[in-house]
Design a protein around this ligand. Structure first.
Ligand code: GLC
Length: 437
């Protein structure tokens, strides 16, 4: 096997095959593929900092494919903590971007940082490079999320949204339907737990971390409420739908007992583990889980997993938190053209298709959702496309890093004490001060 044929992905995709796939899948929109001619030193050198995503394939391998595919730019990948450590990834990026020295040239940013990075002047406006015709190929809501005060300061990479994973076999044995309300989910989980079908009913992420806010947005929105009103100033976190949502979270552990106490220390992967090892009926998680759950080498429930929109309260509607990452170019980069070339390739239809099938990261281009390969390998992405498109954003404000810390600590305390209204009242006052400053 030559170096260029070394496997790069779970599917045993050789580097040459990956290049071919990248080159032909949606050829017209791609950069021309050229053999690696130029020596590394002759190329424009840029650095790319990103959280490293889950699954066996790594972002480093995709970056390597880019380096192999052309001879003008050499990208060095700087790996940050996993996306579940969103606060730490944020900190690492802020420390570097605040130096304004052009490093890293390109970075990826969680959807919640766009306003902050743009308002600090760290993210290069991209409008002149990605005009209206290019932008029209992405979901409009994501382009909107990438736009701050009328300027495009980020380019969509992948979209995430919370969803309900369930065991098809256990539901069938129990004669139960896929739940659409939280009450149905609770009743089905309890029934299956009581019959010994599974140890846990419902796993979610209650760790004092960013993902707790994602779970929070979903339960609150599914009761018809929110955290911050669209005016960006009115704080809704102590209103009845928010109290109902947080009370439900508390009750899963302490009343209905469909969730173990451990969810309070679990983020994405620790909660995914017991589900794919067959110990739980339901799991709330992101899209990356599907590929792992259906892989016999990593999951004992392969072939027995379904995915559905998250349940809601009576009278409410299913809600998914909007997650996902975008590319950003450092406003102080010395290598603008190279940076633009790289993110163009990274956000191209073929690379998005590869991220979807290789790493379980959902595309931000509607056309990629219609690709036969995606429909075959990630069928739920296609059927749940509307969940991704209609996902509920977290509060959009340049002060989001402060808002999230208040939410994380208040909700954590409420989930331990059960004193939901008191904790949310306190959070309301603190958030009101932050957003009015
Ligand atoms: C996922 C989402 C991201 C979110 C993070 C929380 O990576 O894409 O938006 O902030 O999870 O852990």
């Amino acid at each position: 096997m030559t170096a260029s044929e070394k496997p790069v992905g779970t599917g045993g995709l050789s580097r040459r095959q990956a290049l071919t796939a990248t080159g032909i899948a949606l050829g017209s929109t791609l950069l021309p593929l050229a053999p690696r001619r130029a020596r590394a030193a002759d190329r424009a050198q840029i650095t790319f900092a990103s959280a490293n995503f889950y699954g066996r394939e790594t972002i480093a391998q995709v970056v390597d494919t880019y380096n192999q595919s052309q001879s003008k730019v050499q990208v060095t990948f700087v790996q940050l903590p996993p996306p579940s450590s969103s606060t730490e990834v944020h900190q690492a990026l802020v420390q570097q971007l605040a130096r304004r020295n052009g490093t890293p040239d390109v970075f990826t940013q969680d959807v919640i940082w766009i306003a902050e990075f743009a308002s600090a002047g760290w993210a290069l406006p991209l409008d002149q490079y990605f005009g209206p015709g290019v932008r029209a190929a992405y979901f409009p809501g994501l382009i909107q999320a990438c736009t701050f005060r009328g300027k495009l300061t980020a380019l969509p990479w992948h979209v995430d949204s919370g969803m309900l994973y369930y065991r098809t076999d256990l539901l069938q044995q129990a004669g139960a339907q896929v739940p659409t309300t939280w009450a149905d989910l609770t009743a089905t989980a309890q029934k299956i737990q009581a019959s010994g079908g599974a140890k846990f009913g419902y796993l979610w992420q209650g760790k004092q971390a960013e993902v707790l806010v994602c779970n929070l947005v979903e339960v609150i929105a599914s009761a018809g409420g929110g955290i911050l009103a669209p005016d960006g100033r009115t704080v809704l976190i102590a209103e009845p739908p928010a109290v109902e949502g947080v009370q439900f979270m508390y009750d899963t552990i302490n009343k209905s007992k469909i969730s173990p106490q451990d969810v309070l220390s679990w983020d994405e992967e620790p909660s995914r583990g017991p589900f794919t090892s067959g110990e739980s009926v339901f799991l709330r998680n992101w899209s990356y889980v599907y590929k792992i759950a259906q892989d016999k080498t990593e999951s004992s429930v392969a072939g027995k997993v379904g995915v559905a929109p998250l349940p809601h309260f009576p009278g409410g509607k299913s809600a998914a938190c909007l997650g996902g990452y975008q590319y950003g170019v450092n406003a102080h980069t010395q290598n603008r053209d190279a940076a633009i070339d790289f993110i163009t390739w990274m956000s191209s239809p073929a690379t998005q298709l590869h991220f979807a099938t290789g790493l379980g990261l959902a595309p931000t281009r509607p056309a990629v959702f219609e690709e036969a390969q995606l429909i075959q390998q990630q069928p739920f992405m296609h059927t749940l496309k509307d969940v991704f498109v209609g996902a509920t954003p977290r509060p959009v404000t340049p002060n989001y890093p402060q808002v999230t810390l208040v939410l994380q600590s208040a909700v954590s305390r409420a989930l331990v004490s059960g004193d939901v209204q008191t904790e949310l009242n306190r959070a309301k006052d603190r958030i009101a001060t932050i957003v009015s400053s």
